[in-house]
Design a protein around this ligand. Structure first.
Ligand code: FPP
Ligand code: MG
Length: 336
């Protein structure tokens, strides 16, 4: 399996410099706020979005700028700013998401709401969002900031749409695709296109990167939803979280599409019991496994990966293109 370490190699020094840049933007005087901030910043995860920004900036920068030396510091401050903004919008959205989902853990560590209660976690998420926006405005890179900032509203729409369908238990494939586009793929798409915008790439390149990020983001969320059903996943989250939250995701949609109306009603009835009844969760888990819901969902995920790789194949070979192709493979194969 491709490692994230190998994917990071061509931008290793830029990642270090980016981390310094990010830390410099986020600080607070208050004791509680500082504690929450330290907790959030030290548990940030894989930094997939900043990696995408930096790699797409390298892929689409003009030949003139492409005097890049592999592994050395090449990105401009504008690119770091884009990477910081998408990463911190993502981080803020997860702090709020854990309040909404009443989640006790995030990446195997206690969530902000578990440690400091929901009311402080909401303010923490707001603080991250506000700080991100003011860092953007202070930079005066208005084209880049306005390119990125619209994604916040899309994330909110996705989250509410998901809540609505989880309550109504009526998610169709089309609804699901809209939800995952809005809650996940939109920000990954913005990350990829922001990398191109940050190096003043052509409009055509920005559009290609937008489409690349959208396809990769759709695959990313489908894999996340498959992992929620997988017995061997190492996500640091309890398995079948989605079922317990009443969410109908692609593995179950694949099954529902093959069912008779009576079978469908029975599954939806069981789904309504999943919040409190472990045997209902196990019932749906088993149906999804035996009727091939996981492999059908994996097939759909692969079509998005193929779409993302096809876009990359239009670009000339470079360590950055290879890293992005490897990132596609990593996302498809990951178990965490
Ligand atoms: C994780 O979903 C959550 C998201 C991808 C987006 C959440 C968006 C908001 C809360 C809108 C507010 C946005 C900002 C910028 C403050 P999940 O619950 O399916 O994934 P999980 O299993 O990782 O929790
Ligand atoms: Mg959640």
């Amino acid at each position: 399996m491709v490692s994230l370490e190998a994917i990071r190699t061509p931008i290793a020094s830029d990642i270090d410099a980016f981390e310094e840049f990010l830390k410099g933007q986020f600080s607070s005087d208050g004791k509680l706020m500082s504690e929450m901030l330290t907790h959030v910043l030290s548990a940030r995860g894989k930094s997939v979005r900043p990696i995408i920004v930096m790699l797409t900036s390298a892929l689409t920068s003009s030949a003139n700028q492409r005097q890049w030396v592999e592994g050395e510091r090449n990105c401009s401050k504008r690119t770091y700013l884009a990477a910081m903004m998408v990463e911190m919008l993502h981080t803020a959205s997860l702090v709020h998401d854990d309040v909404i989902d009443n989640a006790d853990t995030r990446r195997g560590r206690p969530s902000v709401n578990a440690l400091w209660q929901s009311r402080n976690a909401v303010i923490m998420g707001d603080f991250l969002l506000a700080r991100t926006m003011s860092a953007g405005m202070e930079s005066a890179q208005y084209d880049l900031v306005s390119h990125i900032i619209g994604s916040v509203a899309t994330l909110c729409e996705g989250e509410v749409l998901q809540s609505q369908h989880a309550a109504d238990k009526d998610t169709t494939r089309q609804d699901y695709l809209e939800i995952i586009y809005k809650k996940t793929a939109s920000l990954i798409s913005i990350s990829a296109s922001a990398g191109a915008v940050s190096v003043m790439a052509s409009r055509e390149d920005v559009e290609q990167m937008r489409r690349f990020g959208e396809a990769l983001g759709m695959a990313f969320q489908i894999q996340d939803d498959i992992l929620d059903y997988s017995r061997s996943a190492q996500t640091g989250k309890p398995r079948n979280n989605d079922l317990r939250e009443g969410k109908i995701t692609l593995p179950l949609i694949e099954v529902l599409e093959q069912c008779t109306s009576a079978e469908k009603l029975q599954i939806i009835d069981k789904l309504s019991q999943c919040t409190t009844d472990d045997s209902a969760v196990e019932y749906i888990q088993n149906i999804v496994e035996v009727t091939g819901g996981l492999s059908l969902a994996a097939r759909t995920m692969q079509t998005y990966i193929d779409r993302a790789v096809a876009i990359l194949s239009k670009y000339e070979d470079s360590p950055y293109r290879t890293a992005l192709v490897n990132l596609c493979a990593y996302i498809a194969e990951r178990d965490k």
